[in-house]
Design a protein around this ligand. Structure first.
Ligand code: RBF
Length: 156
C-alpha cells in the first residue's frame, strides 16, 4: 500500500513553472502557541520552494471563523493561492462543530469562486496535546503540509 505519511508528501519534488507566485498565509490568533508554529512551518516551506518573502502576505485574523474572510479577501486581491491555518479544540459547547463546518465550507467556496488553491490547514482536535502532535510532533506538521499542498497545485 502507498505510504501517504506527511514525510512522503513533503519529500516529493515540486516543479513550479516560476517562483513569482503571490501567496497569502492567513493564521488565526486563537491557540497562538500552536498556530504560530503552523505559520512558521508554512513560511519555511514556501521559502524553501523559492517563493520570495516579499511575495508572501502574512495576515493574522482573530479566530478560525475569520479565515473565510481572510482567504476571500486575498483571493479578491489577486493572490495566486492562500494557506489557512487555525486550531479549534473541542470544548463543552457546540461551537466546535459550527466553526469547523463553517470554515470547511467557507474555504471550499473561496477555492471554487476564485479558482485558486486554498489550503485547509485547520486542526480540529479534542485536546491541545493532539494539536501539538500535528504541529511538528509525532503526527507531522500540518502547516508545512498546507504550504506543500498549494505549491503542488501551482505546478500546473
Ligand atoms: N477560534 C479558534 O480559532 N479556535 C477555537 O478553538 C475557538 N473557540 C471558540 C469558542 C467559542 C465558544 C467561540 C464563541 C468562539 C471560538 N473561536 C475559536 C473564535 C471564532 O473562530 C471567531 O473568531 C469568533 O466566533 C468571532 O467571529
Amino acid at each position: 500500500m502507498a505510504d501517504y505519511s506527511s514525510q512522503t508528501f513533503l519529500n516529493q519534488k515540486i516543479n513550479l513553472p516560476h517562483t513569482n507566485f503571490k501567496i497569502g498565509v492567513v493564521t488565526a490568533l486563537w491557540n497562538t502557541e500552536i498556530t504560530g508554529e503552523l505559520k512558521a512551518g508554512a513560511l519555511r516551506t514556501l521559502v524553501d520552494a523559492g517563493i520570495s518573502i516579499e511575495n508572501i502576505k502574512e495576515w493574522d485574523v482573530p479566530g478560525s471563523y475569520e479565515l473565510i474572510y481572510g482567504a476571500n479577501k486575498l483571493a479578491n486581491d489577486g493572490f495566486d493561492a492562500v494557506i489557512c491555518l487555525g486550531v479549534v479544540i473541542q470544548g463543552e459547547t457546540r461551537h466546535f462543530d459550527f466553526i469547523c463546518d463553517a470554515v470547511a465550507t467557507g474555504i471550499a467556496n473561496v477555492t471554487i469562486k476564485h479558482n485558486i488553491p486554498v489550503a485547509f490547514g485547520l486542526l480540529t482536535t479534542d485536546t491541545q496535546q493532539q494539536a501539538l502532535e500535528r504541529s511538528g510532533g509525532k503526527h507531522g506538521h500540518k502547516g508545512e503540509e498546507a504550504a506543500w499542498t498549494v505549491l503542488k497545485l501551482l505546478e500546473k
